[in-house]
Ligand binder design. Sequence first.
Ligand SMILES: Nc1ncnc2c1ncn2[C@@H]1O[C@H](COP(=O)(O)OP(=O)(O)OP(=O)(O)O)[C@@H](O)[C@H]1O
Length: 260
Amino acid sequence: MSLRIECLSCRMGGQPILHRVDDLEAWPGEITALVGPNGAGKSTLLKNIAGLVTAAGGIVLDGASLSNTSFTARAQKLYYLPQDIGSNSVLTVFEAVLLARRTRTSEHGHEALYKVRDTLRALELEDLAERALATLSGGQRQRVAIAQAVVREPRLLLLDEPTSALDLHHQLQVLEWLSRLARERGIVVIMAIHDLSLAARFAAHVWMLHQGRSVAHGTPGDVLTRARLREVYAIETHIEWPADQPPRITPLAATRRLGI
Ligand SMILES: Nc1ncnc2c1ncn2[C@@H]1O[C@H](COP(=O)(O)OP(=O)(O)OP(=O)(O)O)[C@@H](O)[C@H]1O
């Protein structure tokens, strides 16, 4: 399975948001990082792929256009994890993840319970299994949302800043686990992310958006250059690609005052 974006344009609130975003491809077994400054159009692009927003242009999954696929049929193939996942639910963590599993498959009995337990264990959520969602911290809630996404076993996983609320341990733990899942299950994972060091470390491909346009795509080394980060993010950076350590992209200074 691969996903291809062809000449995608989108308007929201009467305004053009995405402008002919073209020639982007994501492959199974790998994480594709979607990067760009605030308002670049990352969430809008993910919502387009998920079918939550109407767009003109092509979204092609496995050679077939998703644009003509019903929302229900899309939901069988993909899962979109939004940026805002606030919840006041009285469901427990276990019930919420089980419900996510059961709405995806019709399996009965122990299999769903095993899947839920495995997923909770992988995300270090076992100790929270009986807690109500409404009582969790932001980072705990975010890990439950990731569990709800993954337990459904989608073929295409769209994650909007999935590590934004996580501490350093859980950022690495979750991204290592997602990388392994992508590899083992052959899932296409597309993840919007602001931390460029994590993008460089975990993504095989990077799509960069700026002002609703695709400005670069390719390997992290090709896309995340000092010159491009200066142009797109208006920052000076120090970038290292050590052979024996993870890549480091350190922001040094903003090169112009941001309008406040
Ligand atoms: N419902 C809407 N109506 C009108 N404009 C919208 C709507 N949703 C988003 N926008 C605008 O579309 C542009 C892209 O927003 P989007 O949320 O896709 O950006 P983003 O790259 O995900 O940003 P961030 O990094 O801040 O999450 C922004 O200028 C935003 O204000």
